[in-house]
Design a protein around this ligand. Sequence first.
Ligand SMILES: [Zn+2]
Length: 322
Amino acid sequence: MTSPASAGDLPDYAPVPQSSLGVALNDQGYYVGRVERNLYWVTDGVYQSAFLTTTDGVVLFDAPPSIGGNLRRAVDEIAAANGVSNTVTHLVYSHHHADHGSAASLFDGDVTRIGHEETRRLLIRDGDPSRPLPDVTFADTYTLQTGGERVELAFHGSNHSPDNIYIHFPDHDTLMFIDVVNAGWVPIYNLNLSEDVQGYMQAPDIALSYPWTHFICGHLGRLATRDDVAVHQQYIADIEASSREALASVNPVPYYVQAGVNAWAGVKGHLDAVTERAAAPVIAKYTGVLAAADIEIFTTTTTFAIMQSLRLDKGPSGPVHP
Ligand SMILES: [Zn+2]
């Protein structure tokens, strides 16, 4: 681990906007709060998970290792305060990634684990004992009914990961959808480390097609609103428009002429120029609006990924040689 002392001084970043700041944590480093009625969310300021208390026990949604044992403490705290069972009966995986799931092994015993069929396949592939396999899987939709509660799980195609699901709480006015929108913050590198660029870009529309007021996005220290999703969509739309403009206006020929026989040097010169031209106005527009917009590499790598997807997925990648 790199310690702050050896990491050097923090560059002079813009202040985090007030509206992006999260809740205060307790002495143990977590916050647990009510989303609506018996649905709760937990954060350590960077990661989020959620749980539902029911007449039969507790249903967990994700188990990020950074929250880890504090998830147990949060469940115990709420169960004790409300006089309900603290027994974890179910655990739902939002997707297979370890950073949202590898405290799952803390909740063993008689726990039913639920996830998308692709989550199970990827967890078998990756063989990490800290993420036990889902016992119950589904392809398109699954209704979880337990202890008088209902949760609707659905898969609408790949986005951040090939298995990322929408977790809708119709009786709690809430949607949980992880690693696409960061409430009040820009996505980190490469559209939040996403595998399917077009799927990622289209996912917020799907999220907004559900009825909800509260949105559990998986990261940072507050819940999201429909306005947060709209601002995220505008940020991505601005990058797409800016990338189209830059692709059309940067002439690649001089870069290839200059590079001579080193064709890949020509590619680098051309694509770096397109990326820089496309990202610069977006970084300027969102600094002070979305936290970390001025950490330029986040927006430039996201711009690069979108610009490449415009060429490769949407096409054309260039004129057809006569
Ligand atoms: Zn992820």
